[in-house]
Design a binder for this molecule. Structure first.
Ligand SMILES: Nc1ncnc2c1ncn2[C@@H]1O[C@H](COP(=O)(O)OP(=O)(O)O)[C@@H](O)[C@H]1O
Ligand SMILES: [Mg+2]
Length: 345
């Protein structure tokens, strides 16, 4: 196995199906990182807003690793009642607690040889965090109510949509566990910080709909694309994925146009209001970030008003077309592709 993981055809196919789509520099870097991380057994902590792709990233690491032939076991720490989480994870002995009729394997054992994905780890009760830390350190699992100790070899990938450092400061999350988990930290930016991937993801999801509904096809008008692309997507890629499905279902012919979009997406689709302060204050400001944010906002507004026409948008902002294009690239904002107005610059 010195040459690294060999993927079976099936594993390879599922890796392709779960491809992490995106050409934004942060996603390109992330894909390269995944491959390097997959070649190791290091514990990974993935941070990102809900729907940004934490689980798909965790699965990709598993699929690309030598563990791909064994189980990938997701545990949502927020969805399982606190009292049950411990026995779910570590298993229990018969009669360990009321209702524990027979002995039971925990998810740690299920993930033996594979990967245990601890989703929403920030929701794990402190007492269980202590137990998890011990297991991570010695690789030994003790079921609830049992003296029996079993060695388990599960790779741990944890995910959180909350700022765990803040939780550590407030005493809601153990600092030692935090450092033990984030041997490799992976941060997934929210979709609104990689808007240039929105058209790409829409294409990808439309393609999947084409496979599901053979013989049908859809196109998104330039104006609709501008709205889709300037919306803030609080639910990130998951929200976009659901939106594409909804638009395809609602669409009577094959054209997805602005009237089909939900009203809030069209009207509230502005860039989030910035916190650009009127005064400097004691702590000072990050002038570059403020200028970039204002630029990005104005560029989005101009493109929206002009239905994506860059020449007209540049005029609205009092910029030369070339200056405007350079700013577009710098913001990571790429105007939606259209047949008649290609940007060669
Ligand atoms: N970069 C991406 N490319 C393709 N699909 C994605 C991407 N990011 C997220 N998705 C899809 O969006 C949905 C939400 O992703 P998920 O990994 O469950 O997010 P999270 O765990 O952060 O809430 C899933 O259906 C996933 O397949
Ligand atoms: Mg998730």
């Amino acid at each position: 196995m010195a040459s690294g993981p060999k993927l079976s055809d099936a594993a390879f196919r599922s890796a392709a199906e779960r491809a992490l789509i995106g050409e934004h520099p942060t996603i390109v870097k992330l894909r390269a990182l995944l491959e390097r991380v997959a070649a190791t057994d290091a514990t990974v902590l993935i941070t990102g807003e809900s729907g940004s792709g934490k689980e798909i990233v965790a699965r990709a690491i598993h699929t690309l690793s030598v563990r791909s032939g064994r189980a990938f076991v997701p545990v949502n720490c927020a969805a399982i009642p606190h009292e049950l989480l411990e026995s779910e994870m570590f298993g229990h002995e018969r009669g360990a607690f009321t209702g524990a009729a027979g002995p039971r394997h925990g998810l740690f054992s299920t993930a033996d040889g594979g990967t245990l994905f601890l989703d929403e780890i920030g929701e794990m009760p402190l007492q269980l965090q202590a137990k998890l830390l011990r297991v991570l350190e010695d690789g030994i699992v003790r079921p609830v109510g049992s003296d029996r100790a079993t060695r388990v070899d599960a790779r741990i990938i944890a995910a959180s949509n909350a700022d765990l450092i803040a939780a550590v400061r407030k005493g809601g999350f153990r600092e030692d566990l935090f450092y033990r988990l984030q041997v490799v930290p992976i941060i997934i930016p929210p979709l609104r910080e990689r808007r240039s991937d929105i058209p790409l993801l829409i294409d990808y999801f439309l393609d999947r709909m084409r496979q599901r509904l053979p013989g049908r096809d859809w196109t998104v008008t330039r104006e609709a694309m501008v709205h889709l692309w300037s919306y803030d997507w609080p639910g990130n890629v998951r929200e976009l994925e659901n939106m594409v499905e909804r638009l395809v279902i609602m669409c009577e012919d094959s054209v997805i146009d602005t009237p089909l979009l939900p009203g809030n997406l069209v009207t509230a689709g502005r860039m989030a209001e910035t916190r650009i302060p009127a005064t400097l204050g004691e702590k000072g400001v990050n002038l570059n970030a403020m200028v970039r944010e204002l630029e990005g906002r104005m560029i989005n507004e101009a493109l929206k008003q002009t239905g994506g026409n860059k020449q007209a948008a540049a005029r609205l902002l009092g910029l030369k077309r070339t200056t405007f294009s350079a700013k577009l690239r710098r913001c990571g904002v790429i105007a939606p592709a259209s047949g008649d107005e290609r940007d060669e610059a």
